[in-house]
Ligand binder design. Structure first.
Ligand code: NAP
Length: 304
């Protein structure tokens, strides 16, 4: 039986691994197939302390991984598909294999939210996207819509103006919820335009996407538009499917933790975006990853 298994390799998972490995807990980390979490989908991270010039998201993740490996973390690029409570610990299923551990740190993060429109997934990557850094390049001199009103929408819109001729932010209200600095950036960007009180109600095309129907949330009027591409930036959903019925989740699916990152099960901690309904920052994810590993270390001392 392992001492610690960490599920998920975003900022919180790698940070937990660094701390757990340095505490001789010999952690295993299951990274999932898309290692690195949400920072792999971003460009420059300007607000992670210690990098006055900023750092590219993927480079930061690479550094964290290197640091975790340096202290002996065992890294498996595999996905955990099942999680079970045993009498004396926990079991995770990874493909055909089963691993058992006394302690689990859940750091599975969150994934992009979709609009929930019929046939939406068929347009994925064919006119409809959730990652500007991944797919923005395909829209050189094109006209793009970005859906959402938060920091992500602003960041994506700004980034996309590097390629696109015009970027329209489509927001369901008449006010952005983004932070002041991000708001000002889009407001000052001459290539960014806004469509307020607007909701996409239908996607049209073969696919690829040809047209969209957008409803004015005030008047109910529906109009057709023909953007070359649409990028969704409407928040994220926690990756907690495998913990349903075992871990206590809130009504949105986030893992419930106390101030010490403890879940309802002893020896199971959660860190990062999977449990953060408030801050959702890379640095707070790192902080909770650290705290979860410190709690794990204390717990191990009690039970060993
Ligand atoms: P968010 O702050 O939750 O914003 C999501 C946006 O999408 C909101 O404007 C929301 O509208 C809209 N929305 C949600 N569901 C929708 C739907 N079904 N249809 C249409 N619109 C919908 O998410 P986020 O922008 O991804 O940011 C998440 C966290 O990460 C935040 O704490 C943010 O500060 C942080 N972040 C920081 C940075 C940075 O500092 N560089 C960059 C990215 C993200 P309403 O406003 O009407 O609710």
């Amino acid at each position: 039986m392992e001492k610690v298994i960490i599920i998920g390799a975003g900022v919180s998972g790698w940070t937990a691994a660094i701390y757990a490995a340095r505490a001789n807990l010999e952690p295993i980390i299951f990274t999932g197939l898309e290692e690195g979490g949400q920072l792999m989908l971003t460009t420059e991270v300007e607000n992670f302390p210690g990098f006055p010039e900023g750092i590219m998201g993927p480079a930061l993740m690479q550094n964290l991984k290197k640091q975790a490996e340096k202290f002996g973390t065992r890294v498996f690029q595999k996905s955990v598909t099942e999680f079970k409570k045993l009498k004396n610990g926990y079991e995770v299923t990874v493909g055909k294999e089963k691993y058992t551990s006394k302690i689990i740190i859940v750091s599975t993060g969150a994934s992009a939210r979709w609009l929930g429109l019929p046939g939406e997934k068929e347009f994925q990557g064919r006119g409809l996207h959730t990652c500007a850094t991944c797919d923005g390049f395909f829209y050189k001199d094109k006209e793009i819509m970005v859906v959402g009103g938060g920091d992500s929408a602003c960041e994506e819109a700004n980034f996309l103006t590097k390629f696109a001729k015009k970027v329209t932010i489509v927001h369901r209200r008449d006010k952005l919820r983004a932070s002041k600095i991000m708001r000002e950036r889009v407001e000052k960007n001459p290539k960014v335009d806004f469509l307020w009180n607007s909701e996409i109600v239908e996607l049209l095309g073969e696919p690829p996407l040809k047209k969209v129907k957008i409803k004015d949330t005030q008047t109910g009027e529906i109009k057709e538009y023909s953007p070359d591409g649409i990028f969704l930036a409407i928040g994220h959903i926690p990756n907690t499917k495998i913990f349903e019925g075992v871990l206590d989740l809130d009504e949105h699916g986030f893992v419930k933790t106390d101030r010490r990152l403890k879940t309802n099960l002893s020896g199971v901690y959660a860190a990062g975006d999977v449990q953060d309904t408030v801050y959702k920052q890379a640095i707070t994810a790192a902080g909770t990853g650290c705290a979860a590993a410190l709690e794990a270390e204390k717990y191990w001392e009690e039970i060993k």
